[in-house]
Structure formats: structure tokens, C-alpha cells
Write a protein that binds this ligand. Structure first.
Ligand SMILES: [Zn+2]
Length: 345
């Protein structure tokens, strides 16, 4: 069994304008519009307070790591920033970055790298592990008439809608509407897609500890735009939906039942793979937990699988060196995703 491990660069192969790494923070702070103004101001204030930010922005990873670290501590050491303020800053950062990605991944790409990568994965009966929140791989798999196994049981599928409230016409209620037409799924048409950092179409209810799926819609962006006030669809539950996105920092919390299941299934898939193909993933130093996942999964694999890396950076680049240091021997293909797909399809 082949395993495709997909990073942000795989999405970028189709959407060259999509920002990566530090550009995410720069561009997130430049977002315009009334609904983002509060959030960009909040993040700017935060960066000024803790990073003495004037024109040079800190690294996004440092900011996220600092926020997560502070939230994990009992005492927070600033008079204007308590636990709640840190939570709000984290929410604002995740929301801004998600909206930025949403805007830069609009429309269908003419390069079709995502679609062809899914085709290849289906042809090889592969498992896909993805670090991306966006739902372009999900949509490509569904367009190819396949179902997705996310590594846990989805409670229900549907979409978020806005309806005018019956009393008064200016207010809208936002709600989750179940799609009752559950398609008949045949076992051999299921593609395992383990999204280890969460997904923008997963609505998480912390009280029910369940996920409702907004299949084709980025439900998380929808409720972030509407100040996160969407009730869980369970009539006996009063909780609002939240996202289940994991920010790429050192201080990740995988105590959540659903994330744990996804990580365990990813590790098991690594332990059974005959080849692991990394696509658009630069193995950054900050992704300590992913490195541990990879090392653990491969240590359980009795036949050492072939490791293939598809990356545009040249041979002996930092990316190549990082892979060699973690895995020893790797097949390094210094090419873009389109070239790789053309050579394999
Ligand atoms: Zn609930």
C-alpha cells in the first residue's frame, strides 16, 4: 500500500498565489473588510505587546507556539492578557488565516494537480495523509465519485444556511441543515483521507464530542464570519459549534478523541505502507509532532518502506537534507507536482 503524505505545497501546485509560511501572517493582517477589522486590530495589538512589532513581523510559528504555550500555563503574566484574551487572539489568528486561504483557493485550477493526485492515489489504492485544512483534496475525491474515510465516524452531513428570523426581518439565524440523502457507499470506493490538522468542513460540538460535516462547504469559515454563533444540530444540546483545527506549533494538544483517532490511523497506515510519497511537504523544523508520528509509524513497519520526496527545491537543498537526516536513504525527485504526476499517470 502506498501512502501519500501531502503538505501545503501540494495545494500551491494548483494555486500559485496561495500564501505559505510567514506570508500567511503578512497577508492575513492585510485582509480588508468590516468583518475582519476587529480581528486584525486584536492581532496587531497582541504582536505589539509581546513581540514589539513595528514593521518586521515575528514568525507565525513563534506566535502560535507562544499562544499555545501561554494557554497551557496556569498563570498568564500580562495585566491586559488573561486566558480569555489569549483564546480570543488564537481564534482571531485561525479565523484570519482560514479566510485568507479561502480567498486564495477560489475557483478551479486549470493545472488539475489535486485532481490527478487523487486519481493516482485511487488507482494505487493508497492512503492519503494531509496537513492541510482546505478541502480541495476532499472535493476532488468526491468529484471522482468516491467516498472519504476521515479516520473517525462523522455524525451527520449537511450544510450551514442562513434564514431570516420569523420575528423581525433583519436578523438571520444560522443553522446546520442535515442532508438526509446519505449516499450508498460501497466498501471499495472509500478513500482514506486522514487530515491530521483538522479540516474546514468539520463542525465540532465539544459537548456532544461529535463532528457534523458540511460536505462541500467550508463550514468553519461560515461560522467564523458569523461570530461563531451556530448551534449544534442536536436538539438536546445547547452548545455552539467550534472548529477542530490544529495550529502547527510545538505545543499541540491531541487529547481530543477525534484527533487521536486520526493520528492513530495515520500511524497505523505508515506502519503498513510499502512506499511513502511526500508531496509539497518541506518537513519544517517546527513540525515536531509530525516528525514523531513519522518516526513512530515507520519504526512499526517491518519492511522498511521506500521514501520518495517530490519537492521543487534542488537536490541537496535544506529540504533534501532534512529528509535525509530523518529517514536516511530517500528517493528525492527535484520536480514540481505536475511533472511528477505526468511521469506517473
Ligand atoms: Zn452538541
Amino acid at each position: 500500500m502506498k501512502l501519500y503524505f501531502i503538505g501545503a505545497g501540494a495545494t500551491r501546485a494548483d494555486y500559485s498565489q496561495a500564501p505559505l509560511g510567514d506570508d500567511l501572517l503578512v497577508q492575513a493582517l492585510q485582509l480588508q473588510g468590516r468583518e475582519v477589522l476587529n480581528k486584525t486590530c486584536m492581532v496587531r495589538d497582541f504582536l505589539q505587546t509581546f513581540f514589539n512589532f513595528s514593521d518586521a513581523l515575528p514568525r507565525l510559528e513563534d506566535v502560535l507556539a507562544f499562544v499555545d504555550f501561554s494557554l497551557s500555563q496556569q498563570n498568564i503574566v500580562h495585566s491586559s492578557y488573561g486566558h480569555e484574551e489569549f483564546q480570543n487572539v488564537k481564534g482571531a489568528l485561525v479565523s484570519l488565516i482560514s479566510q485568507l486561504l479561502e480567498e486564495s483557493l477560489r475557483g478551479e485550477s486549470s493545472l488539475h494537480c489535486g485532481r490527478d493526485l487523487c486519481n493516482l492515489a485511487i488507482k494505487n489504492k493508497s492512503v492519503i495523509v494531509s496537513t492541510n485544512y482546505d478541502i480541495s483534496i476532499d472535493n476532488n475525491i468526491r468529484r471522482l465519485k468516491r467516498s472519504i474515510d476521515y479516520g473517525f465516524k462523522i455524525r451527520s452531513a449537511g450544510e450551514l444556511i442562513s434564514e431570516p428570523e420569523t420575528i423581525g426581518s433583519t436578523e438571520f439565524v444560522h443553522k446546520f441543515e442535515k442532508n438526509n440523502q446519505v449516499p450508498c457507499v460501497q466498501q471499495n470506493t472509500i478513500v482514506p483521507l486522514y487530515k491530521i490538522h483538522g479540516s474546514l468542513n468539520w463542525l465540532y460540538c465539544p459537548r456532544c464530542d461529535e463532528i457534523d460535516l458540511t460536505t462541500w462547504q467550508k463550514g468553519v469559515i461560515f461560522f467564523m464570519k458569523h461570530e461563531q454563533m451556530v448551534h449544534c444540530q442536536n436538539p438536546y444540546c445547547t452548545e455552539f459549534y467550534r472548529d477542530l483545527l490544529v495550529t502547527p506549533t510545538y505545543f499541540k494538544s491531541y487529547n481530543n478523541r477525534i484527533l487521536k483517532s486520526i493520528w492513530e490511523k495515520s500511524e497505523r497506515a505508515l506502519s503498513k505502507a510499502t512506499e511513502v510519497v511526500f508531496v509539497g511537504y518541506s518537513l519544517p523544523d517546527a513540525d515536531v509532532t509530525i516528525r514523531c508520528l513519522l518516526v513512530r509509524g515507520l519504526a512499526r513497519n517491518y519492511q522498511r518502506p521506500k521514501i520518495t520526496v517530490v519537492d521543487r527545491s534542488p537536490t541537496n537543498s535544506d529540504v533534501h537534507v532534512r529528509y535525509r537526516r530523518l529517514f536516511g536513504e530517500v528517493e528525492y525527485l527535484a520536480m514540481d507536482l505536475r511533472q511528477y504526476l505526468d511521469s506517473r499517470l
